[in-house]
Design a protein around this ligand. Sequence first.
Ligand code: FA5
Length: 342
Amino acid sequence: MLIEELDILKNTVLGEIDLIQYSERKKLADIRVRVFGKNGTLTLISKGMRDVEPQDRPRVGALINEVRNAIENSLAMKENQFKNQELNEKLENEKIDITEPAKCQSKGAVHPISDVIDKMIDICVKMGFSVVEGPEVESDYYNFEAMNIPKNHPSRDMQDTFFINDNILLRSQTSAVQAREMEIRKPPFKIICPGKTYRNDSDSTHSPIFHQLEGLVIDENVSMADLKSMLTILMKRLFGEDTTIRFRPSFFPFTEPSIEVDVSCPTCHGKGCSLCKSTGMLELLGAGIVNPKVLEISGIDSKKYRGFAFGFGLDRTAMILNSIGNIKYLYKNDIRFLDQMK
Ligand code: FA5
């Protein structure tokens, strides 16, 4: 009876193993549990040995061993076969084509405004300037009053300012650092301050957020000639020796006399276009001899010291250097535009 059972078990299980395909390989583990597990068929048959007549036990025992070995071998062979198949499949899928060209990581580029700031700092530091920073959220005092622009002064209209409250604002000019530095430094000194500035302005050459670079030189004998020659050297180093530069008289309450400086238009190169409003030139900066009143407000002896100051528009400098026709491109974060800056 037991011998018959063992025979049937052996034949059915071996037949089953034989039919298992690679895609069903999990079935091998099921069979192992079903036959050799705690309550597996062969385990239970082995337990039944105690009911076998003693004279039959060696024969039945040998048969149990034979069936166990046959099933074990068949399982092991199939498992081995599937393992090899799995390995081959892996090797096939992970094949590396060493002749395939490498995938290059696309590299970013320095933003045109950061590039201009770096270039300006480099030129100015070589001229002996120190670089300082000032707060973008500024008090009315440093932005206006210390710059000789009292409350209700009409020149405040020229800088349409974002006020946070009556006394706090987003700085409309880096000139705010002038008074801060004059309060803490002893003349003579030369500083520049690059940074963000804010005004309620928007067209092809004006942006509500823009960048300026302030320069301030305080010494005993400084003149308009020093300012003009310093600016000429700076601009020629920046834009090239053959750049057309135009100095015009202007007005700022904190400089007297005051000038504005223009450079040939990046789009039409002086011929006249919509960007430069047909003038052929683009206004780049304001400058002048520091008004003695400003020196006095910040505690500097205006009888002994004089100074000159300038405030570059860095966005327009970037536009000129890269022939950019609209200031908005600098703030759009358009990869196609930024890619051209590499
Ligand atoms: C001033 O801001 C003065 N503080 C400059 C100055 C400093 C004069 C020291 C004398 C002594 P103005 O408002 O003209 O001046 O601005 C200076 C430059 O900033 C402009 O020539 C222009 O290049 C740039 N600029 C002004 N407003 C904007 C704007 N909304 N968007 C982009 N650039 C601007």
